[in-house]
Ligand binder design. Sequence first.
Ligand code: IMP
Ligand code: MG
Length: 183
Amino acid sequence: MTGFSPPEVTSLIGAHELCARVEELAAEITRDYAGRSLVLLCVLKGSFVFAADLARSIALPVRCEFLGVRSYGDDTKSSGVVQITQDLTRPVEGDDILIVEDIVDTGLTLSYLREQLRSRNPASIKVAALLHKPARMQRHVEIDYLGFTIEDVFVVGYGLDYAERYRNLPFLGVLDPSGIAAS
Ligand code: IMP
Ligand code: MG
C-alpha cells in the first residue's frame, strides 16, 4: 500500500492488520444480521475510512447514512461537548442501525448519539467501533463489534485526525506532538 508516512507519526497498527480485522468484523456482522438489511450510520468525519472498508465487506443489503458530530477542538483532549454538525437525510424509524465509530475514548459522543437515535424509534441500535481507549472512559457504552483496544495514546490515520490532518494515512499511528511544529 502506498501513502505518505510523516516522521512525527509512529505506526501502531499497519494497513494489512487493519484490513484483516475489518474483514473479521464484517463477517461477524453479516452472520448476525443474516436475512435482514441494515443502516450503516457513519459518524463523520473520523469513521469515513473504516465505514467505507466495513461497508464493502458486509455481504448484506446496506443503506449508508452519515451523521456529522464534533466532540473535539483542534486539540488532543476531549472538550466534553458533543455537537451535531450534520443530521441524517432520512428517517430511521423501524430500521436496524449500526453506528460506525472510529474510536470510543471518553464514551461521551457515543452515549449522546445512542440517546439521540433512540428517540427516532429504530428497530435496533448496535455499535461497531474500530478502536477503544478504556483508560479514559467516563461513560460506559456497549460496543458490539470492536476492532482493537489501545493504550491511552493519541492516534491518527485511517480516518482519524489531529487538527484535520493525517486522515489519509493508510495505517494507524501514534502522533508525537513535539514533531508537529517541525513538519
Ligand atoms: P469521546 O466522546 O471522548 O469518546 O470521543 C470520541 C471522538 O473523539 C472520536 O470519534 C474521535 O473523533 C475523537 N478522538 C478520540 N480519541 C482520539 C484519538 O486518539 N485520535 C483522534 N481522534 C480521537
Ligand atoms: Mg469521531
